[in-house]
Design a protein around this ligand. Structure first.
Ligand code: ATP
Length: 273
């Protein structure tokens, strides 16, 4: 089983400090953190918490990071699974995995279940591509719906899922009692890019000429993942040149590389679209 348990004491712990920008999204999930810390406090008057929260936004914008941070802030285990794991699976395996995941999560509650790329299992049913593969995906999706319906949030299990294609999701997933809350995770604006640069240069040795504001201005359209990449590339470039600190020119070179990489990817991807 590939579900990963992020121990509250382990290295993998992520907190809101690691998530730059996304202030509104953090505010929205703060309630879930409170709930996971103390489930009974919320439900004592008979109210019900959301079971599922859908994080919607382009790749690399911090959806996984935010979900991990919710678990980290609350100090609860994080179980994760990716929709793309279920593609090309043998009959019955996908559904069994989902069942197993929920069983483990219920044992370890309160906790978070995170489903990345939920669109890979959660596409509208009956849009058949190839029959066989599609049937199995439907089985997996049906199992997910059964599991979501089959527990109460008072157990303290919250399901977070991420997608950049909310338009293809099966409407059944979005019904009340399932993923009835959506949080938009957009690409960062200039101010947020600055915050992301700050987070990802925390552990670097920077030369005096490095101006993060300028770098934020030079990276329109970059997602957090690309900025993290730039910072790491810059540090490697500087080290290779034998420098004692990472300089502005290293960052600028790294930005050029990342842009070149993105352009190449677009060239490969766009003819199919
Ligand atoms: P995908 O949809 O491709 O899975 P995602 O939205 O889940 O992408 P993450 O996996 O959370 O993106 O982000 C990848 C990495 O990019 C993070 O581990 C982190 O290093 C960096 N990153 C992304 N967004 C942010 C952010 N808002 N603040 C700090 N770092 C970020």
């Amino acid at each position: 089983n590939r579900a990963i348990l992020y121990d509250a004491m382990g290295n993998q712990r992520v907190t809101f400090k690691d998530v730059a920008g996304l202030d509104e999204a953090k505010e929205e999930v703060a309630e879930i953190v409170e709930f996971l810390k103390n489930p009974k406090k919320f439900t004592r008057l008979g109210g019900k918490l959301p079971k599922g929260v859908l994080l919607v936004g382009p790749p690399g914008t911090g959806k996984t990071l935010l979900a991990k941070a919710v678990a980290g802030e609350a100090g609860v285990p994080f179980f994760s699974i990716s929709g793309s794991d279920f593609v090309e699976m043998f009959v019955g395996v996908g559904a069994a995995r989902v069942r197993d995941l929920f069983r483990q999560a219920k044992e370890k509650a309160p906790c978070i279940i995170f489903i990345d790329e939920i669109d890979a299992i959660g596409r509208s049913r009956g849009r058949g591509i190839m029959m066989g593969a599609n049937d199995e995906r439907e089985n997996t999706l049906n199992q997910l719906l059964v599991e979501m319906d089959g527990f109460n949030t008072d157990k303290g299990v919250i399901i977070m899922a991420a997608t950049n294609r909310p338009d293809v999701l099966d409407p059944a997933l979005l019904r009340p009692g399932r993923f009835d809350r959506q949080i938009l995770i957009d690409k960062p604006d200039r101010r947020e890019r600055l915050e992301i640069f700050k987070v990802h240069t925390r552990d670097l040795i920077l030369a005096d000429d490095v101006d993060l504001e300028v770098l934020a201005g030079q990276t329109p359209g970059f997602a957090g993942a690309e900025i993290a990449n730039v910072c790491n590339e810059a540090a490697l470039l500087a080290a290779r040149k034998g420098k004692e600190a990472v300089e502005m020119e290293d960052f600028e070179q790294a930005i050029d590389r990342v842009i070149a990489g993105l352009e190449k990817k677009n060239k490969i991807i766009s003819p199919e679209e």
